[in-house]
Design a protein around this ligand. Sequence first.
Ligand SMILES: Cc1cc2nc3c(=O)[nH]c(=O)nc-3n(C[C@H](O)[C@H](O)[C@H](O)COP(=O)(O)OP(=O)(O)OC[C@H]3O[C@@H](n4cnc5c(N)ncnc54)[C@H](O)[C@@H]3O)c2cc1C
Length: 452
Amino acid sequence: MPAKTTELLTIALLVDDEKGFTASHFSTRRALLSKPELRPDVKALYDDAGMESYDLLIVGAGPAGSFAAEKLARAGVRVALFDGRPAGEPKACGGGVTSKALKAWPHLLEAVGRTVEDLEMYSPGGKRLYLKLAEPFAIYSRTAFDSYLRDRAGEAGAHIFSERVSFKPRKGEEDWVVRSREGREWRAPVIVAADGANSPIAKKLAGALSKAEMEVAFGYRAPLPRETDAPTVVAFLPGWAGYAWAFPRPDHISFGIATSQDAFDHQTLDEMLWRFMAGYYRMRADVTAHLWRARKKDSARDEQTLTELRAKAERYAARIPGLNAKTWDERRACGAGWALLGDAAGFADPVTGEGIYYALRSAELFAEAYLEGVPLEYEARWREDFGRELRRAAEMRRRFYGNFWGAPFTERMIEFARAHKGIRKVLGELVAGDQGYVDLKRTLARRAIWPL
Ligand SMILES: Cc1cc2nc3c(=O)[nH]c(=O)nc-3n(C[C@H](O)[C@H](O)[C@H](O)COP(=O)(O)OP(=O)(O)OC[C@H]3O[C@@H](n4cnc5c(N)ncnc54)[C@H](O)[C@@H]3O)c2cc1C
């Protein structure tokens, strides 16, 4: 008998009598069902109208969707996971994952990335601070990171569909239905939106966010500098809220700027990013140079750097949610038969734009609540776990990027940190994700720099 026919028969037998199975049968069944070429033959996944039916539909296989799918499928939940991003196209992202995330889920270190043990920070005026991190963080290419998490979801038994889907709000207690462009449909009693910052599902179920509650991040993926030493850099912007970054990855370097959408002036910020990129290479060649300002003697080298970059750099841009405190209080992330995860729920840090940790943690909290049979508990759990922190960050954002003692607060923070070991430590912990916002004011006030 051909191998494929044997597998089909095995599936038919397993599906017909699911109740009497042991755990190992169950994983065999999951492993077999996850084979995409076999799925259409599995009758138990079809309803009377011939539509594919699941326990749960997850739209979006970024970190949030894939992580939730893995956790749920591993526990035997029939999960359909959808993503419409073309293969190999990366999500626009710096790919920085804090040590807090790496400690919570050490398996993330299996994904191909690079760990970072030190960081250069620059004040808006160009003062440099070298930070040796007590806890390293990691930088991933999002293609590698997302495929790693998606593969784990598939191995756990989630059914993965490379489809962009749309959904209709349901009537009453009916199942949710999602539909591909070709008209193929899937249904389930629960829908999970993990479809990112622009989520149309979240808009329908939880309400739209205002323009002021979106940050913009854009940048360029560029070849790695020729020298082996490619430092990781974060530089606060002169005259603007936000920062520029240089995150070297195994095969390229990601440059970018994150700032508020409501004050976004594309041309000025793009010019600033090119200045930053030139400054980054300039500083590699000459440590006495200035990050933001070129001296006469730098101009020929800068011009050469920029010509090379212009020929090779690939541009990217996307939004990051940056909710205000009122929205944190009022916007819900779940209701009867639905839940929002990660960026779709607005779960990113309003000061730094960090969202990967919250995408993963929200996925975990939702999966736990669902598996315990109390999915609506998810709301109280995310609020307790990280909601207070992010709400606090929203309140602090204006002051963080505002003035203190006649200069930008970020300028003062770098100055103090250069002179003061204790403040360097706090900053290092903030970067690592170990220093929260709720007690940041108290920690810094003890060192007399917070703008009280
Ligand atoms: C430029 C930039 C830099 C950033 N840098 C960092 C950083 O260094 N560190 C950090 O922690 N965070 C960073 N962030 C934020 C981070 O990228 C997000 O918070 C994180 O990706 C959220 O994960 P997610 O799974 O919720 O959503 P996403 O990663 O956005 O995944 C959503 C997925 O849904 C899919 N999708 C959308 N609509 C549909 C549909 N209709 N059907 C099927 N699939 C759909 C998309 O293809 C996508 O794969 C950055 C963001 C930007 C824009």
